[in-house]
Design a protein around this ligand. Structure first.
Ligand code: FEO
Ligand code: CA
Ligand code: CA
Ligand code: CA
Length: 596
């Protein structure tokens, strides 16, 4: 009945035209207001942001980080977390990476091509991670509260390691010879949130932070792309805090150097935003890969929790985790994520699919290992080498799985496959060779509780221009909804799908799509419409709302991408001549009603 009522209902806004303006465009009747840009003081001495980017590393540790990404709003009811209040909460957001040319007044200092300033590198480490910001709506305006809950988690924050890989020999480092503790989280792209009210941040392209000088590297490095040079050169500097990014074998055994430090990354990290003193926990049972995000299936008391995660690299996989323990409302916590089964998806040509267990106790997995001539000593080693385990069982290589989202109306799971220009051999789930535009796939589990082994899938949308795309009704996209490189994905409570794009290169510079954008799709009718266009050079990524749906928070990442320290390609959000800054945008309706 609900579906019948909805059928025929049109999305009630006028599509925003594709454009390349250096501003946020939203439909008539809506307003978009920048909020908590990079450098906003939130704690400690509340150091003011300096326009010339002259803040120190210590200042940065008390300010909002750079390059906003995945985000979630946790309501506060009275003094506690939870409830459904919409005027007060914790906004928790990822800071994926940094642009060194904009983070420092004159870009990074190099001497003979090497990093030389410890404070600059510390600032870069501190601009990564997660911000927890207590926010309140006061007479219609959102403000940051000077709260003891405000917190910065950075690339240096002490953390615990839990699950099957905790204490593994492959996690032994000079910092943690017993392989149980680590420092920091990096390249935090999308996110998740648990049924018990915690935040999950996901480690995506972490391999580039490390360098190994060894001629022969172990599979834990090669399969993930750890190479001889690091992206930012943090390993150039002396001292333990920097040398941990040097994964070269330097000592007689692993506890004397940082050969295993890369094995501390590629995990999903749980943060309790309401316990500012609690160490974040890396949950190894969820696997090690370039985790984009994590999305939970609907929870049922007395049943396992189930969650899905994509590995965003060309020809990588989609995974699901099913907990061994049962979900008990009010009692369950993160330990539920420490024991269970990790599966990887195989999408079959007949529209069905199966989940293949990556579990050393599983007979099929053991047989696949024997057939491939690959051995793992224990489940910890399987998880540290999740990609190799997935290769062995014959999972389907996907076109870069990015965000997932769950339709609260029916439990269907949607995933963006952002693009894959390297694809030569197509399959039913990845149907276009050299897939430059990307697509969105969805599936429904055969078992209503999501814990089963089979599913039914279909393509939801093929992104692209009018002559190379399909909308959910099988028609070409139009000027109102053409898009490319779908990435961020989120369902509102009414079952509308919000799609964010991450185009780059010539697709962004000269394609028919304009700047990166956000669209809304109504799965019941198949209607798709462009809702927001971001400023020049940005990616639109990260989305959450208050329970009353009167405030939508959206993140704008790297406006003016490609800027140098003397030539800013965007001046959003601060205006002419000012340094571009990643920021959250608050989207509201002029009449104060729910967004849609
Ligand atoms: Fe950080 Fe896959 O986007
Ligand atoms: Ca990004
Ligand atoms: Ca992304
Ligand atoms: Ca992307």
């Amino acid at each position: 009945l609900e579906r019948l009522k909805k059928r025929g209902k049109r999305l009630p806004f006028t599509a925003v035209a594709a454009n390349r303006a250096d501003t946020i465009s939203v439909p008539a009747g809506y307003k978009a207001t920048p909020f908590i840009p990079w450098g906003t003081p939130i704690r400690g001495s509340f150091p003011a942001f300096l326009d010339n980017a002259g803040n120190s590393a210590a200042d940065q540790a008390d300010q909002v980080g750079m390059h906003h990404d995945g985000m979630h709003f946790f309501p506060i009811d009275g003094q506690r977390g939870g409830g459904h209040k919409s005027d007060h909460g914790l906004l928790v957001l990822n800071h994926e990476y940094i642009d060194a040319p904009l983070l420092h007044p004159n870009g990074p200092t190099l001497v003979d091509g090497k990093r030389s300033s410890a404070d600059e590198v510390r600032k870069e480490i501190n601009a990564h991670g997660v911000s927890v910001v207590e926010v309140r709506r006061n007479r219609g305006q959102w403000e940051v509260l000077p709260s003891a809950r405000n917190r910065r988690i950075t690339g240096a924050t002490p953390m615990q390691i839990s699950g099957p890989a905790r204490g593994h020999a492959l996690l032994s480092t000079r910092y943690s010879p017993d392989g149980t503790a680590t420092r920091g989280t990096l390249n935090n792209c999308s996110n998740g949130f648990t049924p018990w009210g915690t935040y999950l941040t996901c480690e995506e392209n972490w391999a580039g932070y490390f360098a190994s000088g060894d001629a022969e590297r172990p599979r834990e490095m090669t399969r993930y792309g750890v190479g001889s040079a690091s992206r930012y050169g943090w390993d150039h500097l002396a001292g333990d805090e920097f040398q941990r990014f040097n994964a070269t074998r330097l000592a007689a055994n692993a506890s004397g150097d940082y050969r295993n430090e890369p094995n501390h990354f590629g995990w999903i990290v749980e943060i309790d935003p309401f316990a500012p003193e609690a160490a974040p926990v890396k949950r190894t049972a969820l696997g090690r890969f370039a985790h984009e995000g994590l999305v939970f299936a609907p929870t049922k008391p007395g049943r396992p929790v189930v969650c899905y995660s994509g590995d965003d690299s060309q020809n990588e996989y989609i995974y699901k985790f099913v907990s061994r323990g049962k979900y008990i409302p009010g009692r369950s916590n993160g330990s539920l994520l420490d024991e269970g089964t990790l599966y990887v998806a195989r999408f079959k040509a007949n529209g069905k699919g199966e989940w293949l267990a990556l579990d050393i106790r599983n007979k099929s997995f053991q047989a696949a290992c024997r057939a491939a001539g690959v051995s793992f000593a224990d489940q910890g080693e399987v998880l540290i080498n999740t990609r190799l385990a997935a290769d062995i069982v014959g999972a389907t290589k996907m076109d870069r799985p990015e965000w997932g989202a769950m339709n609260p109306q029916n439990g269907d799971i949607y995933f963006t496959l952002t693009n894959n220009t390297s694809r030569t051999v197509v399959d039913a789930a990845n149907p276009r060779p050299a897939n430059a535009y990307g697509h969105i796939i969805r599936w429904r589990e055969q078992s209503r509780d999501h814990a089963g082994r089979e599913f039914v899938w279909s393509l939801f949308l093929l992104a692209g221009p009018e002559d190379d795309s399909l909308d959910p009704n099988g028609r070409p996209l139009t000027a109102d909804n053409r898009l490319a490189s779908p990435d961020g994905l989120w369902f509102d409570n009414d079952g509308r799908l919000w799609i964010q794009t991450d185009m780059s290169g010539s697709q962004l510079a000269s394609g028919p799509f304009g700047n990166n954008q956000m669209l809304v799709a109504e799965p019941v009718t198949g209607e798709v419409k462009r809702f927001l266009v971001g400023p020049v050079g940005c990616e639109v990524t990260g989305i959450t709302a208050t329970p009353d749906f009167r405030t939508l928070f959206v993140n704008i990442q790297h406006p003016g991408e490609g800027s140098t320290s003397t030539n800013f390609r965007s001046s959003w959000p601060d205006g002419a001549g000012r340094r571009p800054r990643s920021a959250t945008v608050i989207v509201t309706r002029d009449d104060g009603k729910p967004l849609l």
